[in-house]
Design a protein around this ligand. Structure first.
Ligand code: KMT
Ligand code: NI
Length: 206
């Protein structure tokens, strides 16, 4: 099942869960309200399955056999991944192995990933192995932490403030997807002058 929660204010190790006490979980609907899509693989170790149902972009609990059933073990030739890529136009993909021996400038990159930033395009990640956290700001500017593990896919909408960190297991391998030629440019906060910040993801009563 989806694991997402509001974060505490502690400045302790970013790799820790940082849950509130008591925990304040965040639902799939609440994520969708800020424009984040999240879906899990059928091979997830979690019992509850959520399938991305396609064109409407909705996530629903197992609707019979319809929808996509990603399998991270066969990502190189997974027809379900292929279908999503075709439907969404994710023509570009590469794989980022976040490990000191595999990722050049490992420490610097992790530092950059954890700076609060936005992109002008969607950030689409599919976790092939290991685990990680994506943190996103809700409409009231509070941090939501999303736990990602093998088989999970996420789409952060263009313009949302977010950041990324490893968890205590210190390993993740992720597929990066993109519509067309990839643009990885990150704009650290404050970056509110962009048109994309006017449209959405900011407080409704502004
Ligand atoms: C980003 O821009 O936040 C990232 O690319 C996160 C790291 S993907 C493993
Ligand atoms: Ni980013």
């Amino acid at each position: 099942v989806l694991e997402a929660w509001y974060m505490d204010e502690s400045t302790e190790d970013k790799r820790l869960p940082h849950k509130l006490h008591p925990n304040h979980p965040v639902s799939l609907q609440e994520l969708q309200d800020v424009g984040v899509w999240y879906w899990k693989s059928c091979n997830s170790i979690h019992p509850s399955r959520l399938f991305y149902t396609g064109s409407q972009g909705s996530l629903e609990p197992i609707p019979g056999e319809s929808g996509h059933k990603l399998n991270a073990d066969i990502y190189e030739h997974d027809p379900e991944l292929q279908k999503i890529r075709e439907e969404k136009g994710y023509s570009y993909m590469d794989i980022i192995d976040v490990h000191p021996d595999k990722l050049p400038d490992y420490e610097d990159k992790l530092k950059t990933f954890y700076e609060e930033h936005l992109h002008l395009d969607d950030e689409i990640r599919y976790i092939l192995d290991g685990r990680a956290y994506f943190d996103v700001r809700d409409k009231n500017d509070r941090w939501i932490r999303i736990a990602m593990r093998k088989g999970d896919m996420i789409t952060l909408p263009a313009g949302i403030y977010h950041r990324f960190t490893m968890d205590e297991t210190n390993y993740t391998k992720a597929m990066r997807l993109f519509v067309g030629e990839p643009v990885w440019k990150a704009y650290n906060r404050p970056a509110d002058h962009f048109e994309i910040r006017r449209k959405s993801y900011t407080s409704d009563d502004v």
